[in-house]
Write a protein that binds this ligand. Sequence first.
Ligand code: ADP
Ligand code: ADP
Ligand code: ZN
Length: 213
Amino acid sequence: MKLIMLGAPGAGKGTQAAELKDKLSIPAISTGAIIRNAIKNGTQVGIEAKAYIDNGQLVPDDTMIRLLGERLSMPDCVNGFILDGFPRTIAQAVALDEMVVDLDYVISLEVDDDVIVERLSGRRECPKCASTYHVTNNPSAKGDKCEKCGEPLVTRADDTPETILKRLAVYHEQTEPLIDYYKKSGKLVSVEGTSDVHSTTVEMFRAIGLEIA
Ligand code: ADP
Ligand code: ADP
Ligand code: ZN
């Protein structure tokens, strides 16, 4: 399966991509995680991308398209993949259509802006394995440590109130037009993303014809 997760920042793309990854045994590729790793490792890409991320702006298309192309050419992608956070612009979607001709579904997670603000304000991330939690909605069983690897959880640098609002504005302006783009290609599946994590997974699986475990 070749899947795309579409939705506002905080809609639950990463959370649901992890469920699909476990179910389908294909990689979940987060372009945000790729960029955050590059920043952590001090690579040239990371140095250039940092100012964009910190300001809630998108990293330029040419950089993102190149990074994604490199990732998709890795051997673990041969049986499919789940994209979380790419494409985010029409230019990226057009480039993806040139790289991948047999997309199965584009899953659009629909969540209102007020819910987004609450979700991103409470998001906590594991800096080691990138697992994502929420202080009240989806807490780690190990409190302020990662349930999977024990690492202390952190708040992402771009999950501040000011940057959250900027990212939402960027989403509406540059990414939301992709909903129409994929509607036209017949690949779009809309999933109500406001209910709890498990109910959303159930609805999403049903929408793309998967059995829930
Ligand atoms: P979120 O989980 O809030 O949707 P991501 O982890 O996907 O955020 O992305 C964090 C940041 O990384 C974005 O705000 C943007 O600066 C950058 N980024 C990630 N993916 C892309 C992309 N496809 N195009 C441009 N910038 C991106
Ligand atoms: P995205 O990848 O779209 O930016 P995340 O998967 O990181 O979104 O989720 C954003 C925050 O909301 C996280 O703190 C996550 O634990 C929480 N969350 C995800 N899905 C739900 C849900 N259905 N109900 C409540 N909280 C959720
Ligand atoms: Zn972890």
